[in-house]
Design a protein around this ligand. Structure first.
Ligand code: SOE
Length: 386
């Protein structure tokens, strides 16, 4: 089996999910590569060393350019804050490395375009870690839609609710809290949470044509961890929008970090002519399915426990009835990428697929700022299909 030397940038929450995926993938999937955790790179050398020890990285760097220039590295995986994605991805592609990037692709469509151009010009395999597509129940939803079981789709409804930023004492900026600093994150919940909902939605239901949005920043000043001063907050704390898909269906999307009691409640519902689907991240191994064509007396919502060998990805895991969780979605994504990369292909969502999500989030923020419907850039064809 060929070895694939990984250069990981970042050691936070996502550095851990990605490292775990590379460490586990060969135990469960027959893929043509064996990922080798070669080097982890982060600005804080001590913390990077600690991370390297825990996960088995062979070496540590504090400057990502050394990873990009290294002949020992085949793939650069970007798990660092959003403001670093574009520069690292472009340099990595120009150096001929395969590139994986944590979501969102760029802080906006302009960064996403430059990144997409770079990987396509270099012809390197690429992928963005929108992991929720690889939840077996969500993959199963895609299969049911592809089989035509829902018929014509009328409605798509998604929300992603959290409550971790409600305290006005919470500072912004720096490690762990860069998501609250607009210069680093690009936006608030629109790019962080709605981006997930939009990626899954376009993959399941095709492209989004136009949006009408509202956003709110409930806490407008927070102490900045890096300057020590109280500074304006530039992110959206909550964001909701109406959308029309190219296939004529109507949608509502909502994300917030101010829904007390909800930690990561990502739900989606799709209503078609014949059937409906509902999925909930807090119950991620179940798919709720209602089919109007069932015999009337027995008609009702079924709760399908997605753990059988004939459910997507599940034959790689335990035995029927035993469920898997969040970290497995990253392992699935790593497996799909390694299979594609061995054939010089990219895995979905590619940079180009994720660019379309950046275009939708740009349109959401523009619509909210101008209080107008906004047409989304890119066409019906420019949509994630993988
Ligand atoms: C934010 O809290 C966050 O960690 C996102 O950045 C992730 O993408 C999401 O999957 C869970 O929530």
């Amino acid at each position: 089996m060929k070895r694939l030397h990984i250069g990981m940038v970042g050691y936070g929450f996502m550095g851990r999910t990605h490292s775990n995926a590379f460490a586990q993938v060969n135990h469960f999937f027959d893929v043509p590569y064996r990922p080798v955790l070669k080097t982890v790179c982060a600005r804080n050398a001590g913390r990077a060393q600690e991370f390297a020890g825990k996960w088995g990285y062979e070496s540590v760097e504090t400057d990502w350019r050394k990873l990009v220039d290294s002949h020992d590295i085949d793939l650069i995986d970007i798990a660092s804050p959003n403001d670093t994605h574009a520069e690292i991805a472009i340099a990595a592609a120009q150096a001929g490395k395969m590139v994986m990037c944590e979501k969102p692709l760029g802080r906006n469509g302009a960064e996403g375009e430059a990144m997409t151009r770079a990987v396509e010009a270099a012809g390197v395999s690429n992928m963005v870690w929108y992991n929720y597509r690889r939840v077996p129940a969500v993959m199963m939803a895609r299969q049911l839609i592809d089989e035509g079981r829902l018929g014509k789709i009328f409605h798509y409804r998604a929300k992603f609710l959290q409550d971790w930023t409600i305290s006005s004492d919470l500072p912004q900026g720096g490690e762990g809290l860069w998501r609250l600093d607009v210069s680093v994150a690009g936006s608030g919940v629109t790019g962080d949470l709605l981006a997930h909902c939009i990626d899954t939605a376009m993959w399941l239901n095709g492209g989004i044509g136009e949006v009408s949005a509202m956003t709110e920043t409930f806490i407008r000043q927070r102490k900045h961890n890096l300057t020590g001063k109280v500074e304006p907050v530039g992110i959206d704390d909550a964001s909701a929008f109406l959308a029309r898909f190219h296939n004529g269906s109507l949608a509502t999307f909502e994300a917030t970090r101010y829904a007390r009691g909800h930690k990561a409640l990502y739900t989606l519902e799709i209503n078609g002519e014949h059937a409906s689907i509902f999925w909930d991240l807090h119950d991620l191994h179940r798919l709720q399915y209602f089919d109007h064509r069932d015999e009337g007396r027995l008609r009702g919502w079924r709760s399908i426990h997605i753990t059988d060998g004939d459910h997507p990805y599940m034959k790689h895991w335990w035995v029927p009835g035993l469920q898997i969780g969040y970290e497995h979605t990253f392992i699935h994504q790593a497996a799909d990428f390694l299979s594609a990369a061995a054939e010089q292909r990219s895995a979905a969502p590619t940079f180009r697929d994720a660019l379309q999500t950046d275009y939708v989030t740009d349109a959401v923020l523009e619509s909210a700022a101008n209080r107008k419907w906004v047409q989304v850039r890119g066409g019906a064809d420019a949509v994630a299909n993988g």
